[in-house]
Design a protein around this ligand. Structure first.
Ligand SMILES: CSCCC(=O)C(=O)COP(=O)(O)O
Ligand SMILES: [Zn+2]
Length: 220
């Protein structure tokens, strides 16, 4: 492949990643999952060798319900912009870097929802949200009969680099997500389709657990 052809291929891949992110961003915004500029999304671009990839990520602090020409940028595996830009990558880019490093995911989506926030606090002392036998556990790729999962919860700090080692310690190989206490959910997958399915499944399970806990409480 000539240098020019390589340049065109890279450009095409970047455009594909931006288009995928734009579609998911619009859909999640329509569900109210990006309140107050919260949330961030990324998709891996390029080489799948460890240490040889970039990812497209949402720019920090944007109104994610709006589509503009400045919504995304490319960063390297250390979270630094890989092209000249005035845009700042998400304040939580280092969390994406760590999840890519640990899991080899192709896409990572993060939202703030009321259910994920409330549930993370309700189960904080346990450091995980237990769920058993709910059909949508299959949406996470776990197909056992009466499967039991414990969705990990990590502490939330204003200093993002402090959160990173908490995620390193808490990640479970078979569970494509982690909850940040009173903050939101990170979910990932091999591509944008799978990351979206995982995020939606987690969100369903949080709502289920929230409602179930309320019902149980009203019985006592
Ligand atoms: C206003 S929400 C606080 C920051 C946050 O948690 C978030 O998800 C959005 O930050 P970003 O820099 O990605 O816009
Ligand atoms: Zn956040």
């Amino acid at each position: 492949m000539s240098e020019y052809q390589e340049h065109l291929a890279r450009l095409e891949e970047k455009q594909r990643a931006y288009a995928e992110l734009a579609e998911v961003k619009e859909l999640f915004a329509s569900r109210g999952w990006f309140a107050g500029t919260s949330g961030n999304l990324s998709v891996r671009v390029g080489g799948f060798e460890p240490g040889d990839f970039q990812f497209a990520i949402t720019a920090s602090g944007k109104d994610k319900s709006k589509r503009t020409a400045e919504d995304f940028l490319l960063v390297d595996q250390n979270g630094k912009p890989s092209e000249p830009t005035a845009l700042k990558p998400s304040a939580e880019t280092l969390i994406h870097c760590e999840i890519y490093r640990l899991t080899g995911a192709g896409a990572i989506f993060h939202i703030h929802s009321v259910y994920s926030n409330v549930i993370s606090e309700w189960f904080w002392e346990r450091r995980s949200v237990p769920v058993t036998g709910v059909e949508l556990i299959k949406g996470l790729g776990i197909w056992e009969e009466e499967a039991h999962i414990e969705i990990p919860i990590v502490p939330n700090y204003a200093d993002i680099p402090r959160i990173v080692p908490e995620i390193t310690d808490a990640l479970q190989p078979r569970l494509p997500g982690v909850l940040l206490r009173k903050h939101g959910i990170y979910a990932w997958g091999k591509d944008a389709f799978e990351a979206k399915r995982h995020l939606e499944s987690f969100e369903f399970l949080f709502e289920y657990v929230y409602r179930w806990e309320l019902l149980q409480g009203s019985r006592r």
